[in-house]
Structures are given as C-alpha cells and as structure tokens.
Ligand binder design. Sequence first.
Ligand SMILES: C[S@@+](CC[C@H](N)C(=O)[O-])C[C@H]1O[C@@H](n2cnc3c(N)ncnc32)[C@H](O)[C@@H]1O
Length: 358
Amino acid sequence: MNHLFLHCRPGFEKECASEIAEIAADAGVYGFPKAREGDGYVLYVTHEPDGAVRLMSKVDFHSLVFTRQWFGAVPLFDELPVSDRIGPLLTAAIESLPVCGDLWIETVDTNLGKEMSGLSKKFIHPFRQALKKAGRLSERSSWRLHLVFMSGTQAWLGAARIPNSAVWPMGIARLRLPRAAPSRATLKLEEAWHHFIPANEWDERLCGGLKAVDLGAAPGGWTWQLVQRGMFVDAVDNGPMDPVLMESGQVRHLKSDGFVYEPRKAVYWLVCDIADKPARVTSLIGKWVAEGYCREAIFNLKLPMKQRYAEVKKLEQRLQEKMAERDLRIELRFKQLYHDREEVTGHLRVLTPAGVIR
Ligand SMILES: C[S@@+](CC[C@H](N)C(=O)[O-])C[C@H]1O[C@@H](n2cnc3c(N)ncnc32)[C@H](O)[C@@H]1O
C-alpha cells in the first residue's frame, strides 16, 4: 500500500495535504500529496511500496486536524468490469491487504459521493459475503477494510487499523439534534467530546456536579450539553439565553464581555464559542488555563480565508509556549469536526496533577 487516502471537508484539501506532507516528512515516510480543490479527499503517495502502512503506524490519527478519516490503499481501480466488480477487488484484498475485522464502503462528502451512495449500499452485502467466503473477514482482526467508489468503474480499496482511525464512516459524526437543545451548535460540543474524550473517561471528566463556564453561550446549545451532564454553568453572553434551559436551575446567565469576565472560583470546564479573531480567542484560553481558572477547555476558532493550516500551527505553538512558561504539562489538540465549517475546535487539558476542581 503506497497510497494513503484521506477524507477531508470539501474545500480544505490544501490544508489536509499540507498537514499530511509535513507529518509524513517528520515521520521519515517520503512521498507527495495529490489534492484537488473540492474533491473532499487527498492522496498521499509514498515512495516506498508499503509507505502508507508505515505512516499509519507512526502517526496518531487523532493528532490530525484536517483529516476526517484515512486508510492505506492499493492503486486506484480504474476499469472495474461492471459485470464483475467483485472479482478484481477480492483478488486485491487477498493479495495485498490484511484480513480485516469489518468492511466499510464510504463515499466522499461531495455531490459525487451522493451519486455513489446507491451503488455503495447495493455492493456491501455481496462484497462482504465474497470476503467471508474467501476467509478475508475475521472478528479478531484490528484492521478494517475500506472501499470508496469514485464512479461505476473506479474505486479505492484499502485498510486502516480500527483503533487508529475515525470511529465513524468517512469520519462524519452522525449525531441527532436533540429536540430540546436551544441551537444546532449544540452538536459541535457533543462531537468535540466524542472526539477528544475517551468514552471510558466521560464519567469522570464530564460528570454531574462539575462547574463550567460557557463564554459566548447564547442561546445555550453548549450550556445545554453541560447541563445534560449534570453540571452547573455560568453562561456569559450579552445575548438572551433559552428560557426553558434557564428553568433547569443549573445555569446562571451573566451579561458580561467574555474577554473581560473572570471567575471568582476556579471551575473544571471552560467552553468558548465566541466568534472573534482566532488569536484573540486563543490568548483568552491561554490566560484561563495559565491562571488556573479551569482544568479543561474546548474552544472554537474561526479560521481566516488564507493560510488556514499555518494559522492553526501558529496558534498551537503560542499556546504550547505559554503553558511551558508556567511549567504546565498539558494535552492540546485541534480538529476540524464535521459540525465545524470554516472553523476548527481546540481542546486543552492540564495534566499536571492538582486534584479535581469541582
Ligand atoms: C456562535 S454563538 C454561540 C452559540 C452557542 N455556543 C450555542 O450553542 O448556542 C456566538 C455567541 O458569542 C457571543 N459573543 C460575541 N462576542 C462576545 C463577547 N465578547 N463576550 C461574550 N459573548 C460574546 C454572541 O453574542 C453569540 O451569542
């Protein structure tokens, strides 16, 4: 496998390509990215024959900002016979890919992808049966087989390790908008939790009784998520909060400027969805963590029109430096979530032991 197939948000191929090229070079897996604006995917072609596998084993998938999902692929199937698409795909799976625990047929997140969804749905059952019969599917394998149709006769086939890839097909979080949530933005925070916080740590890090501050809270989609987890929230925003949410008794609405407000007592969570300059928001988050006002933060950064990858890297470095000045050991990651548009979501957590703030 010398191709790495990377799903990304359409329009962000350049960022996805720059990121993987830099990370691959750092990992010593040399090659070049191939990207076309609007395609919803990027390819990284490695010089060595099994470079995609080596790259996936050296890079933590969760550290990638602009890649939604990835898999190492064999070269494009360019002329699949319509009368027997399974034959060549099965041969390649037997000859070039590991035995897998599962099969996902994905599409790119574009109109082309929509056109391919009918074929993909029809194909999955017979292909799975053929793989099973050939002994290429085993529950014990930690690999997952991926197939993406680009047309009726063209497809990418490959595999990814289940623990080092996205938990959702195409990396798209299919979350249902809760009826009671005051805004659609609620899904951004829920997706961020799924992405940044391991499921077995939710009960400790997202538990009832924790205190939280939500900067730029109105009308209350993010606050609603915190309240659902049983937290007590100071919601800072000049705008109106959802009246039903306020009836929960767990929310205090503070009509203040989020850039000026400071908590009287430290809280566990800071969340911030203020649409402002990303450098300004980043420095606000840095201040909260450096001053010990919170232990974990999730924040949204609106990206500029140009140099978006460079901007994220610059802000990440600034935060790292600020934390290092204070000798704080932290975990810091960014991700362009499915529910983000021209944005990325950041997560900062203080690791230096200091007891849980409630
Ligand atoms: C995208 S909305 C937040 C949506 C919210 N997270 C939700 O889930 O419903 C951005 C909010 O930031 C608020 N805002 C903008 N500048 C602010 C500031 N300096 N301080 C506090 N809030 C601010 C706006 O009033 C607006 O309500």
